[in-house]
Design a protein around this ligand. Structure first.
Ligand SMILES: Cc1cc2nc3c(=O)[nH]c(=O)nc-3n(C[C@H](O)[C@H](O)[C@H](O)COP(=O)(O)OP(=O)(O)OC[C@H]3O[C@@H](n4cnc5c(N)ncnc54)[C@H](O)[C@@H]3O)c2cc1C
Length: 440
C-alpha cells in the first residue's frame, strides 16, 4: 500500500503533526515534525549552541539516507559479495559506529543527543549499539511523514485482508503451525545432509497442508528451533540462531479514561524520557534488569480519531521498553507493580492529571505475552536485535540457506522490524520467490 489514491479505497491514512512530542524528565519538551525551520526553532529554545551541529547532522544523515535507503533499501543481502560491495561506502559515511556516538559528534546537549538517537527504540534497537545507518530514519520520516490509519492498526489489517482476498488469497484463522514439513527432493525422508525441500505445514489440530513453498512470518528463531524437525536442521544454523541477540521486549498498558472536559497538553505520539538514558538502555539491553525508572511512548489516538473511544473519553496505550525474557524477571509478580508505577507517574507528574480517578479501562501485556501468545523467542517484541552483526547480510536471509522452498518474511528477516520495514521485507521475499519460480 502506497498511501496514495489506491490505498484510500481500503483505509484512510492521515498525517500526524508534530511527529512526536519528546518530553524530558525536567518537563522541557521538543516537538519534532521534520520541518528544518521548525526544528531549528526547537533547537534554539533548548540548546542554541547546537544549531550549527544540526546543519552538519542534517547533511550527513541525508547522505546515509540517500545511499542506505533510497539506493539500497530493497537490496536483499544474500551473499557476502553483496555486503562487501557496500562496506567501504558505509565506512566513508561513518555509518557503522553506534548511532548515539554518531549524534554525539554533532550535538553537545544531552537532550538533543536523545532527540536524534531515540528512534531505533521504536523498532527494538538500542541507540547506543545500532549502527549509525539508522540515522536514516530521521530522513525517512522527514521525506514521507508520520501517518496514522484511522481506526487504528486493526483498520490497516482489515484493509490488507480485503486487498489480499480481492487478489484471490484465502486466510485460515486460529490455525497454529506446529511443523514445517521437509523432505528430500524425491519426497523421501530428509536428513541433515543433501538437499531438503519444504513441502507444507502441519497444524495444531493435526491437519497437514501441502504446498509448493512455505513462507514463515512467525518469529525467526522459533520458526527454526520449534517448527523444523531437528533431524533436518544444520547444527551450525542451530548454534547461530541460539547465539543471536534478541531485541528488547515491552510492557504495553492499554487504558481508557474520561475526558472530563479537560484539555490534555499531549500529542498523538509522546515520548516521555526518564531521568537516565544511556544507563537505562544498558539495564534493558545488556544487564537485563528491571530498573526503578523507565521511559515510555504514550500513544493517544483519540486526539486524532475520536471514534477510537466512546464519546467523552480517550483511548490510549503506553509502551515501556523492558528486557526480553532472557532476564528471568517474573512478570506475574512484577507486571502489576510496574503498571501501577507508570499510571501513578502519568497522573502525579501532570501528563494526565487525575488519571487514576478518571480511568475506565486498564489491561496490559508483558514479555510473557510475546513469548507464549505470539510465539516470540524469549518474548522479543521486534525480532533479532538490530546491531551491525545482525544487519544486512548478517540478518536472517529471506530465502532459507538450508532448506529449499522455505522463505522468511517480517521483522525477523531483512531489512528488519517496524511496519514499513516488514512491508519492504514482503516485497523482497516476493521477488526472491518470483526469481526461484522463474516468474519474472
Ligand atoms: C506495542 C507495539 C507497537 C508498535 N507500534 C508500531 C508503530 O506505530 N509503527 C510501526 O511501524 N511499527 C510498530 N511496531 C512494530 C511492528 O508492529 C512490528 O515490527 C511488525 O508488526 C512486525 O510484523 P511481522 O509481520 O514480522 O510480525 P507480527 O506482526 O508479529 O506477526 C507475526 C504473526 O505470526 C503469528 N505466529 C507466530 N508463530 C506462529 C505459528 N507457529 N503459527 C501460526 N501463527 C504464528 C503471531 O501470532 C503473529 O500474529 C510496534 C510493535 C509493538 C510491539
Amino acid at each position: 500500500m502506497s498511501g496514495g489514491p489506491a490505498t484510500s479505497r481500503y483505509v484512510k491514512i492521515v498525517p500526524i503533526l508534530p511527529f512526536y512530542r519528546i518530553y524530558f524528565d525536567d518537563g522541557a519538551y521538543f516537538d519534532y515534525d521534520g520541518d528544518p525551520a521548525r526544528t531549528r526553532e526547537q533547537i534554539s529554545r533548548l540548546a542554541p549552541q547546537d544549531l550549527e551541529g544540526y546543519e552538519r547532522f542534517h547533511r550527513d544523515a541525508k547522505a546515509i539516507f540517500d545511499r542506505g535507503f533510497l539506493q539500497l533499501g530493497y537490496t536483499h543481502f544474500g551473499d557476502v559479495g553483496s555486503m562487501l560491495r557496500v562496506v567501504p561506502e558505509l565506512l566513508r559515511l561513518d555509518a557503522v559506529r553506534s548511532l548515539f556516538s554518531f549524534t554525539s559528534k554533532y550535538f553537545q546537549s544531552d537532550k538533543l543527543r536523545q532527540v536524534f538517537s531515540f528512534e531505533p527504540l521504536l523498532v527494538g534497537g538500542n541507540p547506543t549499539s545500532v549502527p549509525a545507518i539508522y540515522a536514516m530514519i530521521h530522513f525517512v520520516e522527514k521525506t514521507w511523514g508520520i501517518h496514522f490509519a484511522m481506526g487504528g492498526t486493526g483498520a490497516l489489517m482489515q484493509a490488507m485482508v480485503r486487498k489480499y482476498q480481492e487478489l484471490g488469497g484465502t486466510i485460515r484463522y486460529n490455525s497454529e503451525v506446529r511443523k514445517i514439513n521437509v523432505t528430500a527432493p524425491d519426497g523421501r525422508p530428509a536428513g541433515r545432509l543433501g538437499r531438503r525441500v519444504a513441502r507444507g505445514v502441519s497444524l495444531a489440530d493435526g491437519t497437514t497442508l501441502e504446498a509448493d513453498l512455505v513462507v514463515s512470518n512467525g518469529d525467526y528463531a522459533k520458526t527454526h528451533l520449534d517448527l523444523i524437525d531437528p533431524g533436518v536442521r544444520l547444527i551450525q544454523s542451530d548454534t547461530r540462531v541460539k547465539l543471536m541477540r534478541q531485541s528488547m521486549s515491552v510492557v504495553v498498558i492499554y487504558f481508557g479514561f474520561r475526558a472530563d472536559g479537560l484539555a490534555l497538553d499531549l500529542r498523538h505520539h509522546n515520548i516521555i524520557l526518564g531521568p537516565r538514558y544511556e544507563d537505562l538502555l544498558g539495564d534493558i539491553f545488556n544487564r537485563k534488569i528491571l530498573s526503578p525508572d523507565f521511559s515510555q511512548y504514550l500513544h493517544l489516538p483519540s486526539l486524532t480519531d475520536p471514534s477510537m473511544a466512546p464519546t467523552g473519553h480517550h483511548a490510549a496505550y503506553t509502551l515501556i521498553p523492558v528486557p526480553n525474557n532472557a532476564s528471568g524477571i517474573d512478570w506475574t509478580k512484577e507486571g502489576d507493580a510496574l503498571v501501577d508505577r507508570v499510571l501513578a507517574m502519568l497522573d502525579e507528574r501532570g501528563y494526565i492529571p487525575g488519571l487514576r480517578q478518571r480511568l475506565v479501562h486498564k489491561s496490559f501485556v508483558t514479555p510473557d505475552y510475546f513469548d507464549t501468545t505470539l510465539n516470540s523467542y524469549l518474548g522479543n517484541a521486534f525480532g533479532p536485535e538490530p546491531v551491525l552483526t545482525q544487519s544486512a547480510f548478517f540478518r536472517p536471509h529471506n530465502r532459507s540457506e538450508d532448506i529449499e522452498r522455505l522463505y522468511a518474511v517480517g521483522a525477523g528477516a531483512q531489512p528488519g522490524g517496524g511496519t514499513p520495514s516488514v512491508m519492504m521485507s514482503a516485497k523482497m521475499t516476493a521477488r526472491l520467490i518470483a526469481e526461484d519460480l522463474h516468474l519474472n
